[in-house]
Design a protein around this ligand. Sequence first.
Ligand code: ATP
Length: 224
Amino acid sequence: MTEPRALTGRTPLGLFGGTFDPVHYGHLRPALEAQQALGLASVRLLPCRLPPHRARPGRDAGQRLDLLRLGAREVPGFRVDDRELHRSGPSYTVDTLRHLRQEQGSARPLVLLMGADSLAGLGRWHRWRELFDYAHVVVLDRPGHASQPDGEVAAEVAGRWLDGPGALRDAPAGGFYRLPVTPLAISATRIRRLLAQGRSVRFLLPEAVRRHIHQQGLYGYPQV
Ligand code: ATP
């Protein structure tokens, strides 16, 4: 995969995983703000495989990937990394980070970005403590979700808080940081619901994504 030229051996690389079903501005704007605030030369968007119980006709992995590529194309420095779609079995972030660490070498800071709702569930992720062996974790604010860790996660990150974005460059992994971003109460769930009702999703996601959904008749949107 080709990264922008500015990406040298020690430039932090951002990683943003999700189902992206479909990608929307609540993903793209916070990720862009993170890219700029944290000095990330590149952000990799990593679509995950949907667990079987979530799969529904009209939104298979290939369609989500097409939509994500259309959305990411608007943003310089964003790259879609579809490696999780090629792996069989569940998409464990810890496995993805281990592979990326092998590829990127031991020096480059890796920065795992996640919305505040993901933070709330972090303690249930597969081998979640090991994430810090491979990457820093940066939490992006999301309306309606607390950005402060609690329980076991709060205990784990207690000694990991970073003073500021600059500290991400002091180590390749292991830090924890919270980044305030423009609050956007947009979710893919709501977009799917609007589409199924034949209502407009304009201005919630990139226009190219909206058009593609419309043209392909995805998410129950009536084909015209
Ligand atoms: P769904 O409604 O289907 O659960 P979603 O809108 O939450 O989807 P995901 O693809 O599950 O989107 O999210 C991918 C990542 O983007 C997660 O880390 C999530 O926390 C973050 N994210 C999604 N929407 C927002 C938002 N509006 N603001 C900040 N972060 C967000």
